[in-house]
Every structure is written in C-alpha cells, then in structure tokens.
Write a protein that binds this ligand. Sequence first.
Ligand code: ATR
Length: 279
Amino acid sequence: MYRLGLIGYPIKHSLSPWIHHTFLEQENKKGTYELFEVSPQESVEKMLQALKDKGVQGCNVTVPYKEEVISLLDEVDESAVGIGAVNTIVFKNGMTFGYNTDGKGYVRSLETSFPDIFKTPQSILLIGAGGAARGIYSALLDKGCKEVSIANRTQSSAESIRKINKTRTRSKVMSLEEAENHLDAYDVVIQTTSVGMKPREEQTVLSLSTIQPGTIVSDIVYQPIETSFLKEAAKHQCHVHYGHTMLLYQAQYAFELWTGTKPEIGTMDEQLQHILEGT
Ligand code: ATR
C-alpha cells in the first residue's frame, strides 16, 4: 500500500493526484496520492516529520517550498543541489532523500516527441532563467548536450544558471533582443518563461522572424497548450513541441523513484490535453 502526496500551497487544482492515481492503477499497485497543503502560517518541517510518522513513502514538493526543503532533508541528489530546488522526496529507512525530476522529465518528453534528437549534437537555446529553466539546463547538460545558451530579460539570472555548468558544454548568455536576431543559429529553441500564459495568451517573449524552417520549437507554457509562440513557430515550418507533456514525464520519473517501476504514458497525453482544455 503506497502513501504518496504533494506538499505545497496552494495545491487544490494540482493535476498530480490524477496522474499518480492513474499510474498506481495502471501498475496494479494499491495506494493513495494526497494533498498535504502547508499554508504560509504552517511549517514545512513539521509536515515532513508528520509524513515520516505516517509512513508515507514519497511526496512531490511544489511552490513555494522547493528551495526551503533542501536544508531539511538528509540527502539531496547532486543535480537537485545544482538546480537549487527539490520537487521529489523519497522516505526510506527513516531517512529523506531529495531529487529534482522537472528537467529530466522535460528532456524525456522532448525525446518522446523527437526520438533521435540527442543522437547528433544540437545547438540549443533556452529562453528564460527561472526555476524551470534551471532544471531543464541541468538535465540537458546531464544528457551531454554540447551547446546550451540562455537568453533572458534579466541577464544576471541567466549568468547564475550558467554557473551550474561543470561540464564542457558551451553556454552563451544573451539578451532577448540578441536571441531574436540570431535564432537561425539554433536547432532547438525552448521557451521557459511564463509569457503567453492565460489570460495573456496573445503575448510572445520574442519574435521568431529569424528562425529557420525545421527548427524544433518547444514551449513549457501549457495553458493554452498551443501558445502564440508555437503558432508562430508552425507558420515558420518549425517542428513544435507542446510542453504539457513535461507534467507527465516529471511525474513518471518521481513514481519510478518511489516504486521502482516506470509507468507507461500511453494515452495519458491526450487525456491530459482534454483536462487542460476542459473538453
Ligand atoms: P518558473 O519557476 O516557473 O520558471 P520564475 O522563476 O518566476 O518561474 O521565472 C520566470 C521567467 O519568466 C524568468 O526568466 C523571467 O524573466 P526575468 O528573470 O527577467 O524576470 C521570465 N519572464 C516573466 N515575465 C516576462 C516578460 N514579461 N518578459 C520577459 N521575460 C519574462
């Protein structure tokens, strides 16, 4: 009997219970995935202790606690330390272990859409330098990518992400304007900012006028699933990647850490689309 769940605030609208209950059912495992909401007046440390006492085997962590939990855990995976955020905790033998599955989940979702993507060197541009970009940057480096540049409105945040780099990966930091003028230098462009999210879905972080046909263009905004950024990419004959699948693959990796089994995503992608679109 698995006891799993999510720590965060507010989390009432989280899709994680649906995802993990589907995984449990699919894998013929008995268990629950509950919402362990921790309001700003409450202590996340006390919540962790309470979950340990209850015999919970694993939980996810979301905003605003992904950074705070790091100092409360017994061990934290090296990539999660580099990213500076934990989104998955494993409880085992009275100990707590922290991981970050967001970036790795994103990379899995990209590879599912483009299975050969990492078989040849790719020149990658990340747009944005928030928490999501940190995770994706780190996972791309782990994957052995040779060039991952970062464009952001605030260049100091992009510089701080580049400091995670302890590999031979080439990383340029640039302004959004510079990126906009040189998009033809990239094979893959990944949009990680919140620009284009409902209710401002007409917005795009930059214009794609210099992009080459055939470039892979991805957007992690999933409300709406088809953002203005991706619509523009399609007009330029780019290959588009819808970011909502990142939700499924980061959960798949977390489920693997808790149970040792890797659930199939199968038709969950289409089901998730219907849920997000309210159809
Ligand atoms: P998350 O954790 O989801 O990645 P975040 O940490 O708030 O979210 O990061 C948001 C990202 O969106 C940042 O890169 C931010 O740019 P700044 O670092 O300059 O703030 C970017 N962003 C948000 N609104 C933006 C806008 N209107 N134009 C350009 N970039 C924007």
